[in-house]
Design a protein around this ligand. Structure first.
Ligand SMILES: NC(=O)c1ccc[n+]([C@@H]2O[C@H](COP(=O)([O-])OP(=O)(O)OC[C@H]3O[C@@H](n4cnc5c(N)ncnc54)[C@H](OP(=O)(O)O)[C@@H]3O)[C@@H](O)[C@H]2O)c1
Length: 354
């Protein structure tokens, strides 16, 4: 794998990943502007409105009628028929970029150029080079930017780190994680279309990859094998990350089938089971060799309500005046993308213009 130079980025803050996140409702109130009125934008709006004190202050769509329909559903006061008008609005504190990965660079630059901080959906960009352009601009303009890798902010993830830190499972040896969804129904849609940066890796595989990276860090050795769709993007990929010593991650993603979407973190003295969907699970189970199993409930609804935790993180970061999140720093986003770049290269997928 080609090594990446992170020296131009601000230093990665060191934090305790096992600290349970605060209730999202206790975060400062901010005014969100949503860029792109698609599927995840709706789930995000619902999570913010139900679980935080922040507001969805504005929505921008390429179609005014679509923005108006979204605004009606979510009681959004400011409505724009273009992204340019949205980012220029004085009624918002931050932009949530909820468009296909192919357009994250353009739309994040649009928001930052208008002086607005950004939360950008996963995968942050198509590749490392694009991510570095966004972070460079955010740094020059002293504006907050973050990838919406929401799993990092969930109580379940903090519980996993707490168990690992406690030493109960001994030394971590293996992380196994899988994310498959049957999403191959539309050749022109964002999952299969190369022009929209389609493929399993960037849409689904980013979760197991970021999960393994959060626990084990950047692997020196990456081996990927997979098959391409008839449209030329990756349909499914098996990915092995091998570290110095005894650590390995075995990851899988497919857009041709729904899978169990579970994760396992196995150590020398026991293992952690993260039930499906591991990226927003209802609980975490600790298994010890003597047969003892202990279940830890997260105390929060599973599923996309958990988007409220990343929204709360953004609110706290803006309140603190920092430009990157300590829990999801820029260097982590870049390193995860570097793994995906390498995997995509090995599977032979190149996007138009790359
Ligand atoms: N965190 C999660 O759990 C989660 C779940 C699903 C998706 N995502 C991420 O969120 C992003 C959007 O996914 P989605 O499922 O919401 O997609 P979607 O339903 O297709 O919505 C994407 C929106 O992007 C806008 N857009 C701008 N340029 C576009 C273009 N050339 N083609 C298509 N749409 C364009 C459209 O909004 P307007 O027409 O209103 O302008 C569209 O509604 C992706 O990066 C994806 O990985 C995250």
């Amino acid at each position: 794998m080609t090594s990446i130079d992170l020296s131009a980025l601000p230093a990665r803050p060191v934090i305790d990943k096992s600290l349970l996140p605060h209730d999202p409702a206790t975060a400062p109130s901010i005014r969100w502007g949503i860029l792109g009125a698609g599927g995840i934008a709706m789930m995000f709006a619902r999570a913010v409105q139900h679980h935080t004190t922040s507001t969805i202050a504005a929505v921008g769509s390429r179609s005014l009628a679509k923005a108006q329909a979204f605004a009606q559903d979510f009681r959004v006061p400011h409505v724009f028929g273009s992204y340019e008008e949205l980012v220029a609005s004085d009624d918002i504190d931050v932009i949530y970029v909820a468009t296909p990965h192919s357009h994250h660079l353009e739309h994040a630059q649009l928001a930052l150029g208008a002086g607005k901080p950004v939360l950008v959906e996963k995968a942050f960009t198509r590749n490392v080079a694009e991510a570095l352009q966004i972070f460079d601009m955010a740094q020059r303009k002293n504006l907050f930017a973050m990838e919406a890798m929401w799993t990092r902010f969930l109580p379940a993830t903090a519980i996993v780190h707490e168990i690992i830190n406690s030493g109960k499972i001994g030394d971590v040896v293996t992380v196994i994680a899988d994310h498959g969804q049957k999403l191959d129904h539309d050749d022109a849609g964002r999952l299969l279309n190369p022009a929209l940066a389609g493929g399993a890796l960037l849409d689904l595989g980013v979760y197991p990859t970021a999960y393994a990276h959060d626990i084990l860090g950047l692997a020196p050795n990456i081996v990927a094998t997979g098959q391409r769709t008839h449209t030329g993007v990756d349909g499914q990929v098996a990915l092995t990350l091998t570290y110095e010593g005894k650590q390995q991650a075995s990851l899988h993603t497919t857009l041709w089938a729904k899978t169990a979407t579970t994760a396992v973190i196995a150590g020398t003295e026991g293992w952690i089971e993260v039930p499906g969907d591991f990226y927003c699970p209802p609980s975490v189970r600790l298994h010890l060799p003597d047969g003892l199993t202990k279940e830890f409930s997260t105390g929060f609804p599973p599923g996309h309500a958990g988007l409220a935790f990343e929204a709360a993180e953004v609110a706290r970061c803006l309140d603190d005046g920092v430009i990157q999140s300590a829990r999801n720093p820029w260097a982590d986003t870049v390193e995860v993308l570097s793994i995906l770049d390498e995997a995509r290269k090995q599977v032979g997928v190149v996007y138009p213009g790359e």
